[in-house]
Design a binder for this molecule. Sequence first.
Ligand code: 5GP
Ligand code: MN
Length: 351
Amino acid sequence: MDHASRSIAFHPRRLAPEAAIGPPPVSPVAAILELLRSGERFLVCSHARPDGDAVGSMLAMGMLLKQLGKQADLVTADRIPNIHRELPGADEIRTAQTVYGPYDAVILLECDGLERTRLHGLKQFFLINIDHHATGREYGNLNWIDRKVASVGELVYRLVKAAGAKVTPQMATCLYTTVLTDTGGFCYGSTQASTFGFAQELVLAGADPLLIAQKIYFTTPASKLLLLGAALSNLKQEGRLAWMWVTRQDIVRTAATVEDCDGIVNFALCASGVEAAFFLHELPEQRIGVSLRSKGQINVAAIAKRLGGGGHESAAGCTMQGPLDHALATVLAELRPALASLARDTDGKSD
Ligand code: 5GP
Ligand code: MN
């Protein structure tokens, strides 16, 4: 199959009625559903080190495909984090480095670039890219990037509704996890009125908000609490910027895993007066994991992109070359000027 000749890209802003010439554009939802209905076997995947949006949207997509009578393989490069392992169907997600097929199409959820999957063998298949990142790119044969939604789960939900499929309590639980985690518990700037409308529909369909929140936020292992202690003992604040780090030694001493690093950055961001925060953790082979967060005035996705990563305006990340001191200096060199210009803007406004 000549995939390139079948490539479809959606540019919502360019599809304004006054600009339309010729036949009306096909919506991404209709185009994706047509592909799902005409195929038999699909691969559903997401980014390496999958988070709640990745896991929940993969599982819901798998459930949709099953309802349509299709075969779905769910694959990620890394294992599912403990906090999401009890989601319905989570044990069906397999870890692999290479995928073989045959598949009628691969559905990539939550990946702003193909390399984010860290899976080999994808390029031989027709790629359906469904994403919501600020740094999202049209690398697929069919691309649906909607930066307005708070989670990719919301896009999967639109497919489910358009297909006339049933939103089971199991599917609602997976989808509620996507929106709860990707908004940081309805705290990030991506949270809007429609986010609560989506959450309400899921609760009405059988998602239990209390149980889901408890699994995610109240099951922290002792190793993570000890690692948090190590990070907090390294907390630095400079005006409206705060940062923390943990070394390889801290991770080994606390018996923590890389997974335990997730979310630690928020403890630097939550300090009063802080507008942007970052957290560095030493990985094997002198690589440094970087998490960037903003309360909304600094676009950390743009900074992460310059450092080789990506994400959202308020939550982004990248992996850098060490040593730790070098990575720290590089991130500071990006964030200090951004905060200084923010301070100048604020001063100007108060005049
Ligand atoms: P976290 O700091 O929680 O690991 O990631 C925050 C956000 O940044 C997520 O949306 C995640 O997908 C994105 N992100 C983290 N690391 C990378 C990276 O290395 N590359 C890209 N493109 N995005 C990343
Ligand atoms: Mn997401």
